[in-house]
Design a protein around this ligand. Structure first.
Ligand SMILES: [Zn+2]
Length: 357
């Protein structure tokens, strides 16, 4: 991809390496299963210990999976990832910078989604979380001196022992999917736009345009975090806007995410409005949505947290389809209409933003 950007798109290309721990983002689950089992085993003898194990398990899940932090990453092997930054210089003095971003890595296969369904995976995750919360509640009630009924409730809740081991099948670290939709669509839409500018010999007068290709998004946005840290200072010279393009599939689901990272991070409102109005001008349907709790995140959230102005654009149903994070995400599952619509909006957006500023 870096070669295409350098040789066919007229871009200055920089490839940067970053250290991260690929096992951390999903590896926390093994710790949680052990903590959950300890939470149950200790309840019937020492409720305060049960509350402790349950709380640590929840804190670990919230920190790694909901907030994308890295509390236990150093316990896993260190590897190097790659980020690519490609920029087409402006014709004249630069007044703004517009970067389209996509993640180059693909997901490890979600075993439950592949063998059963994405909805089953979400329901399972919610049930597994509820089980820990219930035992925390039973512990608090037992410590507060509630009657024998709490013991009975805790015994009935032993049914969660059948559910928790299932979390070990959320992610198969031995199989990486193709990721045709998630997220070669985002990468190649962004690259294709640079290529079209080059082929049509279009150079924006005062706007530097470019592409950021991140690594390790599926391992917890680690590439975007590293990129944001590395470029935060240098990119303060002119207003810099990032559009994260992630999983462009169904045309009817093309949308800007106003909230990202499990609904907890607010994307840039003005950039969202600009993308939607560019789509409106072309009569292309583009909605506004949010990534729901337990729905994950895009790189845009990592950029936002580092202080960048960014928004994410997706074209997928949040009721996870069979290709999402499974081996079915192959090139024959690409939706040409969805891709074409998004490309047209991205091109219109550039034209529009270059005119505005
Ligand atoms: Zn993904």
């Amino acid at each position: 991809m870096a070669e295409i950007l350098r040789n066919e798109c007229g871009c200055r290309v920089k490839t940067e390496r970053f250290d991260f721990h690929p096992g951390g983002f999903w590896g926390y689950l093994r710790f949680c299963v052990v903590l959950d089992l300890l939470c149950v085993m200790t309840f019937f003898m020492t409720p305060w210990l049960s509350l402790f194990f349950g709380t640590v398990s929840m804190a670990l899940m919230i920190s790694e999976y909901i907030l994308y932090r890295e509390p236990i990453d150093p316990l896993f092997a260190k590897r190097q990832g790659t980020n690519v930054t490609a920029v087409r210089p402006a014709g004249d003095a630069v007044r703004q910078r517009i970067l389209f971003t996509g993640h180059m890595d693909a997901a490890w296969e979600a075993t439950l989604s592949y063998h059963i369904s994405g909805t089953f995976y979400i329901v399972h995750a919610l049930l597994a979380t509820s089980g820990v919360l219930l035992y925390c509640l039973w512990s608090v009630l037992a410590l507060a001196g509630a009657g024998a009924w709490v013991d009975t409730a805790a015994k009935i809740s032993l049914v969660f022992l059948l559910i928790w081991p299932g979390v070990l099948f959320y992610c198969n670290g031995r199989r990486t999917v193709d990721g045709a939709n998630d997220n070669l669509t985002g990468c190649f839409l962004s690259i294709a736009l640079m290529k079209a500018l080059e082929e049509c010999d279009v150079r924006l007068d005062h706007t530097e345009v470019g592409v950021v290709l991140t690594g390790a998004e599926e391992a917890g946005l680690r590439g975007a975090k590293a990129w944001a840290k590395a470029h935060r200072e240098a990119y303060q010279d002119v207003p810099t806007f990032l559009f994260t393009i992630d999983t462009i599939h169904h045309p009817q689901f093309l949308m800007v995410n106003q909230r990202d990272m499990n609904g907890l991070v607010r994307n840039d409102r003005e950039l969202a409005d600009l993308f939607v109005s560019a789509a409106d001008e072309l009569d292309i349907p583009c909605g506004r949505g949010s990534i729901p709790m337990m729905g994950g995140s895009t790189d845009s959230a990592a950029f936002r947290q580092a202080g960048f102005r960014s928004v994410s654009v997706a074209g997928m149903d949040h009721h996870l389809e069979d290709y999402y994070h499974t081996r079915r995400d192959t090139c024959d599952r690409i939706d040409p209409e969805g891709i074409g619509n998004c490309f047209a909006v991205m091109a219109r957006l550039l034209e529009k933003m270059d005119g505005i500023r």
